[in-house]
Design a protein. Sequence first.
Lengths: 332, 332
Amino acid sequence: MGGDHGPSVTVSAARRALKQHPDIELTLVGRPEVLEPRLRDLDLVDEPRLHIHAATEVVDMDESPAVALKKKKDSSMRVAINLVKEGVVDACVSAGNTGALMATGKFVLKTLPGISRPAICTALPTITGHTHMLDLGANIDCTPEHLLQFAVMGSVLAESVDGNPRPSVGLLNIGSEAIKGNEVVKQASQLIAETRLNYTGFIEGDDIYTGKVDVVVADGFVGNVSLKTAEGLAAMVNQVLKSNFKRNLFTRLAAVIAMPVLNRVRHTLDPRQYNGASLLGLNGIVIKSHGSADEESFANAIKIAVIEIDQSVPKRISQELHQHLSATGDGA
Amino acid sequence: MGGDHGPSVTVSAARRALKQHPDIELTLVGRPEVLEPRLRDLDLVDEPRLHIHAATEVVDMDESPAVALKKKKDSSMRVAINLVKEGVVDACVSAGNTGALMATGKFVLKTLPGISRPAICTALPTITGHTHMLDLGANIDCTPEHLLQFAVMGSVLAESVDGNPRPSVGLLNIGSEAIKGNEVVKQASQLIAETRLNYTGFIEGDDIYTGKVDVVVADGFVGNVSLKTAEGLAAMVNQVLKSNFKRNLFTRLAAVIAMPVLNRVRHTLDPRQYNGASLLGLNGIVIKSHGSADEESFANAIKIAVIEIDQSVPKRISQELHQHLSATGDGA
């Protein structure tokens, strides 16, 4: 029910996902009186793999996570996560309020053993393919141990999603000649270097999009600023391209001729194909779609959920952490 | 003498700057045996507004600032900053080692009264023009008071450079619905709101390039990651555009036709026209050029120095801080 567009997008994305993944079933959680007409419109009423589970409330996009958690016990978000907890469904995908989704996920599903803080992880396009970056805003004050856990979780995700047996992991830092990073990243670097992860050391902000590593680890404040900076710059480049191609008759003609190339470029960089951030570290699979996701984007978030189910991502994170902790004798 | 290209760029940039600014004189600081042949090549030996001041050493790009400060007392960087201190010149422009430049600037020139930490500030292109962002890497662990000082310095710079009588100032934060920022930015926000600056509150990473504010304030870690992220993304977009336009005969033809438009776009976003970061808060004007700057970029860094001299930026920062401190009764 959440996101900027609500069921108008999620129901059509569900139809698309059912076509893409013939083995899955989907449960739409929300107000039946809103969902049912939409199903009729899309001729989905008799679709045997699509179900409705009633929830009477909706968490607002700007609602405080604490309030949502306390007061909206029958929200679509809460009910969907309850269904994960009860094993009725294998994953929850939501375009709703990120903070409320994370808070509800932590409250209902709890975190995996050995994980203090779940983190938000998403794939980003790079020159060579894509990279997975976390945390993107769930945790603003991180200890070295938190960053270590993020490194393990990101590595497992890259391994599972990309089938990359040994994803490289980098820790985001600054390369100012003045001071090489703060104490937290320095200590985190030592901790990660002791794991069996394929840790390549510090990277800088400009390394994210070159694809230097498969996993980028940062605290949530820095990760969020970096992600948003990139979104803002991409929007600016897009705007400057558009306005310059619209300047006069000649440039409009040039735009027509260059269009196939520009469309290819746009497709390569299209954030929609990367939509779907994983709330890693929860004892269950929860995927956050961008609030403004369209049908294609939301279907991509569902696809990520399907992959994480197939690959048992939470279980693999537990195993990896357990192996690491028993290797180092660290029970933290 | 510094930077990736050394005097081959700086001397030709000096020639360009002398043409652009008929009122200035320039002093090249470095090894005469290296500089003089270059002057001869460019027919600048008899240029009355161009001088050479000898310095026998050069700070390496990867040298530790502490070592440079202690051991290289006759480096071109140290001698140039000494000349600022002695009032022989009005500003120093360097493409050398950022950390050493900042450390030497602090040691020789000291900071302005009321400034605890100088900060690195540069202009960035936005959809509507440009914005000034600081700190870009000089200070990684900042207190609310440091961020307040950055806000004052950035505002004075925007006022001086752009002739904007009331530049808007935003504080970089994350907009995660979970947690609105850490304690430092929350307290800094309160402090800045009490000044007479045109403070508009928190902004997020994607607001930087929309030109939402004239001055973006952040701690040096976050500011550096944001800047580098943008550089990396820009490089990726450029690469993807290039490789797609080079794919086949048709796309190469499209490139030729679209070239004038793409060149305009490139010009609008060209980082060279923004080259020249101010080391604000020092008791003197020091401008850091990008190490890889070419002639045009380095000349732009000189232009920024000229403007800051004309506008007496350090003096104006002192005045603004003094007015603020006497208004709040805070002598910190």
